[in-house]
Design a protein around this ligand. Structure first.
Ligand code: PMP
Length: 416
């Protein structure tokens, strides 16, 4: 008997995938050349699964700010802020974030995962009640496990179901805390925040919105779905990550509520882990500056999402419910998804294979995400490759002849 026996099913699945050369965990990027191109097995691939929404990972100003700070302040803080202290960069990034959102206070965490873990587990005490969307990210589910509050799931994006479940508590003591996301990471759908905010107001609950996939993407100023839906005043806490639109690593929460700062000595995932290295803080700060200076980045990623969505929809694929920079193609089953993903990589397009239990409704998905740096040609190239594989696997019918067939270079990958 081994301590790993409990993972027998997972072990068998991985072994099967590896035997067929289909294990996504075995993909090795020889190089990442830009926000949209990399090399796998000596072959150039287009990157369509990075969540690097604004394509800022190679931004010259961000790199310069990071390199400068590496030389100035060293490689790491080697401890938490409660033990090793706050650096000027941490404090100024927090005021920059608070200003960006027009809120009183921001707290920086070492990852977005920890931001949810810290905020939710600290806010929700023993007497309180957490209402989370059934399709919530793992970090929200894990936060619930860390908190001592009662946890109630409501049907995905269903404000009426949420209202019913809150009403059932009647006069029970404790705070009601609703947790939702801006854009959902698997199907790319947005939360009905206007309806959810109305439930929050009527029930006197608190509202947390995780904007991990919508910061920099939605809203006139890039403040996410809360801004796009016009409900910022109703949202008590916005959570986000630096690992997507800001191209780095880390997470944050912002709030207008007096007392929010107390979480610095109550949220264990904030207190008992090393703070972000100054170089990362500097790149994030530069990226946030860039978003504020250049709203065209958000417009570009939204337009790119629409182009990919419309192209795949026209080809006949089943997609998530609405166009956004996350575009999910629904597969009939796991086997087909795995084969599709492998053929696509051979075609030079990398995207994410998303399988249960990480997916809503046990769906097998090919999850792609565009970024602001993708060109129209690259998006069309990805649509053409996905379409070719879809036809080959019998998922869609061959399309009417494409007028560009006389110009195959337009559909080809760039030369290596
Ligand atoms: N929230 C959501 C909705 C996410 O999708 C993710 C990451 N995929 C996180 C939080 C965690 O962010 P991070 O990668 O910064 O830990």
């Amino acid at each position: 008997m081994s301590i790993f026996d409990k993972f027998a099913d997972i072990r068998n699945t991985l072994a099967e995938l590896s035997a067929n050369g289909q294990n996504p965990l075995e993909v090795r990027f020889d190089e990442i050349n830009s926000p949209v191109e990399g090399m796998v097995g000596g072959k150039r691939v287009l990157l369509f699964g990075t969540s690097n929404y604004l394509g800022l990972t190679f931004d010259a100003d961000c790199i310069e700010a990071g390199v400068h700070m590496l030389r100035e302040s060293g490689t790491g803080t080697t401890g938490s802020r409660i033990a090793n202290g706050t650096y000027t960069g941490h404090a100024s990034l927090e005021s920059q974030l608070a200003n960006f959102y027009g809120k009183r206070t921001a707290m920086v965490f070492s990852t977005g995962y920890q931001a949810n873990l810290g905020l939710i587990s600290a806010l929700a005490g023993r007497e309180d009640h957490l209402f989370i969307d059934a399709d919530s990210h793992a970090s929200i589910y894990d936060a619930c496990r860390l908190s001592s509050a009662e946890v109630i799931r409501f049907r995905h994006n269903d404000a009426d179901d949420l209202a019913r479940r809150i009403a059932r508590l009647k006069d029970k003591p404790g705070c009601r805390i609703i947790v939702t996301e801006g854009i959902y990471s698997m199907l790319g759908d947005t939360a009905p925040l206007r309806e959810i905010a109305a439930v929050k107001r009527e029930s006197g609950s608190y509202l947390i919105v995780d904007e991990a996939h919508s910061m920099g993407v939605l809203g006139a100023r890039g403040r996410g779905q809360c801004e796009a839906a016009g409900v910022e005043a109703d949202v008590d806490f916005v959570v986000g990550t630096f690992s997507k639109s800001l191209g780095a690593m880390g997470g944050f929460a912002v709030s207008d509520l007096e007392g929010f700062d107390l979480l610095r000595v109550a949220a264990r995932p904030y207190m008992f882990t090393a703070s972000l290295p100054p170089s990362i803080v500097a790149t994030v700060s530069a990226a946030l500056h860039r978003i504020q200076k250049d709203p065209s980045l958000g417009a570009r990623v939204r337009a790119n999402g629409l182009r990919l969505y419309r192209g795949l929809q026209k080809a006949g694929f089943l997609l998530g419910p609405q166009p956004n920079p996350v575009v999910a193609v629904k597969m009939p089953d796991r086997e087909c998804a795995v084969t599709f993903w492998k053929y696509l990589l051979a075609e030079g397009v990398y995207l994410n294979l998303a399988l249960p239990p990480a997916t809503p409704g046990s769906l097998a998905l090919l999850r792609s995400s565009v970024n602001a740096q993708h060109t129209d040609e690259q998006i069309d190239c990805a649509i053409a490759a996905i379409t070719r594989v879809g036809v080959r696997l019998g998922l869609i019918k061959p399309a009417a002849p494409d007028p560009r067939v006389n110009h195959p270079e337009k559909l080809a990958l760039p030369a290596e």
